[in-house]
Design a binder for this molecule. Structure first.
Ligand SMILES: [Zn+2]
Length: 361
């Protein structure tokens, strides 16, 4: 799909039992497509190994038997080929294995997962062409998290769920719920949000379920288009074998779900595409912002070893600590509240606050 001068080609593999090995044939036969990529951050390479492992099993009918008869799977095992070839022991020192791994950025130091909107790199231009050609129902981006130690194995976050076409939100939420239930049934802790501290490394301020701007895969495709875009983040403190097994389980579960529900997702997204063409001339909600949590706590409980410090409120707070303590490290448990999103005020100021004085003078 793209040629890098130093590292060689960036390749994609088309996997299906439908015989539709081109985008034209898939479109002609109205087949849903799932596009899955590993190694956009090449040090987080679980997706490449797990992808090949899962596809071998699916093709041998050892997992998700018969699923490939009803949809087309496009797999890009390594998106950041340059980074993948820059191999070393300490490229991700806070990640438990593999012993050596690739590098986050490309040879020209571009982070591909910040390039979806500006498309500076030949890799991203090729990926956008691939996305346009295949028009997938589900776009899966396989990563490993950084940061503090939590107990979950994997976080699966999807758009459109918080933003984008609101009529797609129920189906998006149901997708994540079903996926996480399937992963939990195999002994993993799977969460439907990406836990990050409100303030850098200061765990005492709580954890937010934040949105990211449209430069990253999930939001660029899930909000700016009607594709279901899933960010899969295994947890860097789990060992490599565990992470690859969990990523494999996610891929097999998604393969089963694509076979069962891909066609109806495709129909719903095409209806959303029609709605999008009718937006011209209307006032539309431009963005959303996080608001402080209210209402009763949900049942989500997540222990972390990061902090026993007391809870302090922040405006984007998504969590609080409880008196329950983790059985192994005795740190407090985090209790999560569901994030609630509110439309922005009618007038949006684009002026950065610290520059307002300049405009006055
Ligand atoms: Zn990543």
């Amino acid at each position: 799909m793209a040629e890098r001068p130093k590292a060689g080609p960036c390749s994609r593999l088309i996997v299906t039992r439908t015989g539709a090995l081109t985008p034209e044939k898939a479109r002609e036969r109205k087949l849903p497509v799932m596009l899955m990529q590993g190694g956009i951050h090449a040090g987080e390479i679980d997706g490449k190994d797990a992808g090949f492992l899962a596809l071998r099993e699916v093709l041998n009918n050892e997992a998700a038997a018969g699923a490939l008869k009803s949809f087309v799977l496009v797999f890009v095992p390594v998106f950041n080929v340059d980074g993948h070839e820059r191999f070393g022991h300490w490229n991700r020192p806070n990640q438990v294995g593999p012993q050596e791994m690739g590098w986050r950025a490309t040879a020209r130091n571009f982070n591909l997962n910040r390039d979806y909107t500006k498309a500076d790199t030949p890799e991203m231009q090729a990926m956008l062409r691939l996305l346009n050609a295949w028009d997938p129902v589900l776009y899966v981006d396989l990563h490993v998290t950084d940061g503090a130690e939590f107990q979950h194995d994997v976080s699966n976050t999807l758009e459109p769920v918080y933003a984008g076409d609101s009529q797609l939100h129920p189906a998006g939420r149901a997708l994540v719920k079903e996926l996480n239930a399937k992963i939990a049934a195999q002994g993993s802790i799977a969460v439907g949000f990406l836990p990050q501290f409100c303030s850098g490394r200061r765990s005492g301020l709580g954890i937010r379920c934040g949105g990211r701007r449209c430069r990253v895969s999930r939001r660029a495709t899930g909000i700016c288009t009607t594709v279901f875009a899933l960010l899969v983040e295994t947890h860097s403190w789990k060992d490599y074998a565990t992470r690859v097994r969990v990523t494999h389980n996610v891929i097999v579960a998604l393969t089963e779900m694509m076979a069962a529900e891909g066609a109806q997702w495709r129909t719903a997204q095409h209806e959303a595409d029609v709605r999008a063409t009718q937006l011209g001339g209307q006032d539309v909600r431009w963005t959303t912002r996080m608001v402080r949590m209210s209402g009763p706590l949900t049942s989500r409980v997540m222990p972390t070893r990061a902090s026993c410090r007391p809870f302090r409120a922040t405006w984007s707070l998504a969590t609080t600590t409880s008196n329950r303590r983790c059985g192994t490290c005795r740190s407090r448990m985090w209790l999560f509240r569901r994030p609630r999103l509110q439309p922005p005020p009618a007038a949006i100021s684009f002026r950065p606050r610290k520059r307002r004085g300049w405009l006055k003078s």
